[in-house]
Design a protein around this ligand. Structure first.
Ligand SMILES: C[S@@+](CC[C@H](N)C(=O)[O-])C[C@H]1O[C@@H](n2cnc3c(N)ncnc32)[C@H](O)[C@@H]1O
Length: 213
């Protein structure tokens, strides 16, 4: 159902997206925990509207995996030249065709409300993130505006950003920690991390210290 809806929007999506404030997308990308050389999974990439901004963050050594359930949206993204930096996956967020601990960062820009199996999707995001990796669920409007917009469209009227308490509960049930939710008139940004990264870093630090002795 949601796949059919977005496949039907693919031909006009970029025209609609052109109305979005590009500087807000750039500012949002700049706030995400993404570093040069990172491997980033963009879930619900659509026609790839957010990809140029993610690409700026990963530098020349990084990689983006752009995933979407709607093949027509993804085909549009594939026609845009990203010089081999982006690989495309036609899949459901609740069944991500990647191995465990494969990515440094997961981004759901303007897509999370549409995932029909949110708990299943979060479990999969957790699985494919490396220890210490970050999840970002983001929009360049507030929760109330996004939910209000969807409410006026019959095909997506039940696709909402959950309220803060429910979002925190879902994230903690999936195993995420360090949850931060910012919701204001400009942006919605929910950030969470997969625990465990510091232990690995500590082992490396310990090895460096031993070498220096
Ligand atoms: C509102 S569009 C946003 C697309 C793009 N991120 C943008 O900002 O232009 C939401 C996208 O999420 C995708 N989507 C919805 N449910 C999905 C799921 N379960 N798994 C993967 N992608 C999904 C849709 O096909 C659609 O392309």
């Amino acid at each position: 159902m949601i796949r059919t809806y977005f496949n039907g929007k693919a031909a006009i999506w970029d025209e609609m997206a052109a109305e979005r404030d590009q500087s807000k997308l750039r500012q949002m990308a700049a706030r995400l925990d993404i570093w040069p050389g990172s491997t980033v999974l963009d879930i619900g990439t659509g026609t790839g509207v957010f990809l140029p901004f993610l690409r700026q963050r990963i530098g020349s050594e990084g990689k983006i995996l752009a995933l979407d359930i709607a093949e027509e949206m993804l085909h549009r993204a594939q026609t845009k030249a990203f010089d081999g930096v982006v690989a495309y996956l036609n899949a459901d967020a609740a069944h991500i065709p990647l191995p465990e601990s494969f990515v440094d960062s997961v981004v759901c820009y303007s897509s999370f409300p549409h995932f029909q199996d949110k708990a299943g999707a979060l479990a999969e995001m957790y699985r494919v993130l490396r220890n210490g990796g970050s999840l970002h669920i983001c929009h360049t409007s507030c929760r109330e505006a996004i939910n209000g917009l969807h409410n006026g469209i019959p095909e997506v009227c039940h696709d909402v950003i959950p309220e803060e308490r429910e979002m925190r509960l879902m994230l903690s049930e999936a195993g995420f920690a360090d949850v931060e939710i910012e919701d204001n008139c400009e942006n919605y940004l929910c950030r969470a991390s997969k625990p465990g990264g510091l232990e690995g870093f500590g082992v490396e630090l310990e090895a460096d210290i031993q070498r220096l002795r």
